[in-house]
Write a protein that binds this ligand. Structure first.
Ligand code: FES
Length: 514
């Protein structure tokens, strides 16, 4: 399903993630009317589904997962599905910025998450292609070797299964690598689909196509949705970004990053392991067993949302790279994803605000959400059950690392402000008449800044470009044909309907004459 772009480049493959394309068929009803539950969970990704599963397993009588779309179709459905405690290069940094105790919590919790997934797969006999593999971060240049060696030392100090490797079975030169042994990979929608089937019965629910609009009150907390109201004693926000944020809470402490994946069939045998380089631009490789030949997932080109090249350029760069190292038989899939990243690179998991006993959140997984999402579910389950958990401290959402965060918060505020204010005064590059069918652009019409999209029939749709969350200016994503907000990751269809929270409503129509 080739997709010819304005630049002449033809996007390869089918525009869908492999995990979504091969997701086991399942459908859950929307909420109908008002209900009351013990725990309500917003978001049907890995955190929401795993938390509901663990809470139900622990004996919580009524849990409801509320998902605006279909479950597992958001960030979880667009992952590379590596299950590893090796989160690029992080342990040397954690030791120096957080200290030994908290670095240890991070390491132990993520190793425990691998074993948790393995034990669920085993005990439930889930057919989800779970397989143990080593994970590697390799130095693609001599300059990175020092960082790799420091990471090996830091990881070993924390008891992780790390070692230094001189060589890897990759078709290009490397300068050393950190290997984590006995990590894993799986098919995430098969795994989580099986967990979901165990949730939706006996007083527990999954509600799809049900958008949370407002959260109010305490004891019980009331979640107003577009299908009715859910009252709950406890609420977990397992959405991409907390839907009710305000400056000072998470606004300045999280940012969005997009990255790109190609699903490729190659002529060579793919080596044993999951691989990522230490440098920019990121290049990550891992293979997935499929019905036919293995599918190699080639990932990278990460950039802050709303910045950088056209989205299509990123696919083109990945394609060029994989063709330079392997003989490519076909490119079958392409997809992109948007991850939330905290400014100190550690997720926020815990009470929404300190002292709020009934509201919890989990966000900021920095592209490593298969393990950190499982960690979040384990911690939040313990918190809700009133059990102590020895990993809470490092993930505490109210933490504030003064030296680093003060600097980072300032630059984050500057970036957010740029999207909020700066884009309103930047020159626009096109006239509405230059927008070809299927494309969108921010243009000026009658002196007004407009998000304009021309559909396949040639009709121009004009929208107010101010994001409905907190007002940043959206930008056009030419690969996905969506309007994306650079501030906290809200996404909208080309015609303005909201796809992705934290915004809960679509872009407003702006009536202008072309
Ligand atoms: Fe927050 Fe757009 S302003 S997602």
């Amino acid at each position: 399903m080739a997709d010819q772009k304005e630049t002449g480049y033809t996007l390869p493959g089918r525009a869908e993630s492999y995990w979504k394309a091969t997701m086991p068929e399942s459908k859950y009803p929307p909420l109908s009317g008002d209900i009351r539950v013990d725990v309500a969970i917003l978001g049907g990704g890995i955190v929401g589904i795993t938390s509901a599963f663990l809470l139900k397993e622990a004996g919580v009588q009524s849990v409801a997962v509320i998902e605006a779309d279909r479950i597992l179709t958001g960030v979880t459905g667009h992952t590379t599905a590596k299950i590893t405690s090796q989160h690029h290069l992080i342990y040397d940094r954690l030791l120096s910025k957080f200290g030994r105790r908290q670095a240890q919590q991070y390491a132990e919790s993520n190793q425990a998450a691998i074993e948790k997934i393995a034990s669920i797969v085993n005990s439930r006999k889930i057919d989800c292609d779970f397989v143990r593999k080593p994970a590697y971060v390799y130095a693609g240049s001599e300059d990175s070797v020092g960082k790799i060696r420091n990471e090996v030392q830091a990881a070993q100090k924390l008891g992780l299964p790390a070692s230094f490797e001189e060589n890897l079975p990759l078709p290009f030169e490397i300068y050393g690598a950190v290997r984590f042994n006995h990590q894993a990979q799986f098919h995430p929608t098969k795994y989580l689909g099986a967990l979901a089937r165990e949730i939706h019965e006996d007083g527990c629910h999954i509600f799809e196509n049900t958008r949370a609009l407002k959260i109010e009150g305490e004891n019980p907390i009331s979640i107003k949705t577009d299908r009715g109201t859910v009252k709950a004693q406890k609420v977990i926000q397992a959405t991409h970004f907390p839907i009710h944020d305000r400056p000072g809470l998470f606004f300045e402490r999280l940012y969005q990053s997009r990255s790109y994946v190609l699903g490729v069939r190659i002529g060579e045998a793919f080596p044993e392991g999951m691989f990522i380089n230490a440098e920019e631009p990121v290049r990550s490789l891992r293979a997935q067993r499929t019905e036919g030949e293995e599918l190699v997932l080639v990932t990278g080109e990460g950039h802050r949302t709303g910045e950088g090249n056209h989205e299509t350029d990123h696919y083109q760069n990945l394609e060029k790279w994989v063709r330079s190292i392997y003989s490519v038989n076909s490119i079958d899939y392409r997809w992109s994803t948007q991850d939330t990243i905290s400014i100190d690179h550690v997720p926020y998991i815990g009470q929404l605000t300190s002292g709020s006993e009934n509201s919890y959140l989990a966000t900021g997984f920095r592209k490593w959400g298969m393990t950190t999402g499982t960690v979040a579910a384990m911690i939040l389950t313990d918190m809700i059950l009133g059990k102590s958990n020895s990993w809470e401290e490092v993930y505490d959402p109210s933490r504030f690392k003064l030296v680093e965060s003060a600097k980072n918060i300032l630059s984050q505020v500057a970036e957010a402000s740029k999207a909020f204010v700066g884009d309103r005064i930047l020159p626009v590059h096109k006239e509405a008449s230059q927008i070809i069918p299927g494309e969108g652009e921010i243009v000026k019409i009658e002196g007004e800044r407009v998000a304009a999209y021309r559909d396949r029939e040639g009709m121009l749709h004009t929208l107010d470009p101010s994001c409905r969350h907190l007002g940043c200016i959206v930008s056009w994503n030419d690969a996905e044909r969506t309007w994306d907000c650079p501030c906290h990751g809200s996404r909208y269809k080309a015609t303005g309907e909201v796809i992705h929270s934290p915004a809960v409503s679509g872009l407003s129509e702006k009536k202008v004459e072309e």
